[in-house]
Design a protein around this ligand. Sequence first.
Ligand code: AMP
Length: 290
Amino acid sequence: MEILKTVEEIQTYAKKQKAQGKTIALVPTMGAIHEGHLALNHEARKKADILITSIFVNPTQFGENEDFASYPRTFEEDRKKLQKENVDAIYLPTPKEMYPEGFGTYVSPSPLVAEKLCGLTRPIHFRGVATVVLKLFNLTRADYSFFGQKDAQQVAVLRRMILDLNVNTKLFMVPIVREKDGLAKSSRNLYLNKEERQAALILSQSLFAVEKSYQRGEHDVRKLVDILQKKIKEEKLATLEYAEIFTFPDLLPLTKVEEVALVALAVHIGKTRLIDNIILGGKKACYAIC
Ligand code: AMP
């Protein structure tokens, strides 16, 4: 497995693979690799000749008071886990390599998908995500790219970017990997103490309650959102940021769930902000979204 650190190294590597007629899959991550990331790598490994995983804690997607500095960085363990998934190359740039002196061009994501849900409290987040992911697409020349449903709005934003800017990659979305008790795996779960870890179960539990109600025939968005709000309120350590339902992947408002819909939550447990979601009426496996 190669560890590539510079723009020149990754470009040369991708060029060489392409010259040999090989297809390339990319899995972008911020590291602190867990089973959610590994599921993406597993799907990507099946799809292409060459699998590149990037590890980059991207400064441009963090707001001023967010956790950029404290975000877990665990490269040695990450390397071992990715080696086991038969990753061909890790792209591990520094912030300076990605944003050298004079950097000034950003992708402005479609407000229709970016200015809602997480976009309301993290106004620069998706601009940073779209910018870095477009750079990664360019650098790796990925034919296929893999993203998690865990960040469903990110998938919606990147899909729009790929379609709007004619980016030559096929985006696959991989279902959420959960702990046995339902908590969605996340690098940020490391921030939770024991009591908070227990309280964090309220996210998946309330989403599963919505799923059950939907399956029993409740399709009214207000009533489904009501279930989420009531459940979250019951947990003392939880503060709700948003509980909303939109069509997926266009993220349009709706009053009745009659097509594929994203039920999305952001909840603060103590000082830790967690997100989770379910998709109603959608596929439960990895699939190409554009
Ligand atoms: P991150 O390192 O948190 O930026 O995540 C990198 C990629 O892994 C993103 O596409 C995430 O959506 C995906 N991911 C993170 N957690 C999970 C999970 N529990 N299940 C599936 N995918 C995930």
